[in-house]
Design a protein around this ligand. Sequence first.
Ligand SMILES: [Zn+2]
Length: 403
Amino acid sequence: MSNESQAGDKSPTDIKRIIGRYGGDQNGPTVVCVAGLHGNEPAGTLALEKVFEKLDALKPPMKGELIGLTGNIQAITCGKRFIASDLNRQWNPAYLEELLASNSDTQLGPEDREQVDLHHAISEAFARATGTIYFLDLHTTSADGPPFVVLADTLRNRGYAMNFPTPVILGLEEQLGGTLAGYVCDLGHVTMGFEAGRHDDPASVDIHESTVWVGLLASGSLQQSDFPEADRHRAALVEACRGVPRILQVRHRHHVDEGVGFRMEPGFVNFRPVDEGHTVAHDNSGPVRVPERGRILLPLYQSQGNDGYFLVRRVRPFWLWLSALLRYVRFDVLARWLPGVRPHPQRANALLVNPRVARWLVIDIFHLLGYRRQAIEDGRFVFARREQTPSNGTMSVAPASNR
Ligand SMILES: [Zn+2]
């Protein structure tokens, strides 16, 4: 499948960082939508253009403000995912701080310059905020399939995502280091990544448009009574996701190293069920088989990217209820005293788990509490999780405080 998109014939001067702004006269939530962080995913920018056109025509009252921003302008002009580095994998605070401190533009790569400029636009939007900040990151995938929400697993993000009638994937955001949504989430804001469908499918534009309207209604910026099309947009999302479980959790990620010749078998769409041992791809060392039963997500059908595929599985409502309860009673404080578990000596939001002592149940409990395994240090798993409480609501390069 081609990695190129129809947007490839634009020049950088045709594409503006700020797609549009609406509202801002009344206090209320700020909804920031970013589209095109990957340059071969034009659907989000086209959808935002439609939203702003409609807002300008209808002029409904809005509490707070909606801002639409373009991600990787240079990559969009070439129709490529990125030019030199993935703009949605380099938002760790230390790296950003380095970029912002750099006073020599010539030393920065193309995505570094995009990041500095985009950071500036986001900071301005956040600085004007008079209420809760909601951040929506709009993407598409190289495979076909129903749309879905990708969530950094905090209770506030869960609460917002439940307003969308779309499958929600837990544990995926945590697997992808350095995402913009992850960075904004760590600042204490409500964030959501949204995958609308295949990159060049015109339906992906409509799905993204419906998502933005539902997101505005869910944030309280827009009232249903002022926007007669609300039901139609909700119904469009329901229809697009028919037959897919509501909440799923990542069970496995297949990492692809440079030059291993990874080739996904043709015909996989997002959420396609597979049995244990099913061959889903080949690389230079032979067939790639799934380690357990589940559903395929984000199969790699483009040349750029390191995630071969993900395996997800349904989470039953009981576990969601239990996990919300465990977080509510701050079970994480008690979890530190479970056998084989101790706090990480340097990181406040991380725990060290000895896999020889801790039972699988312990690891399942950590998942429920929003912890994901990030690394192995001295034979111990490092489990870490996102901030669960909002910080001061401003955009800064410093990580959120250690609460
Ligand atoms: Zn993307």
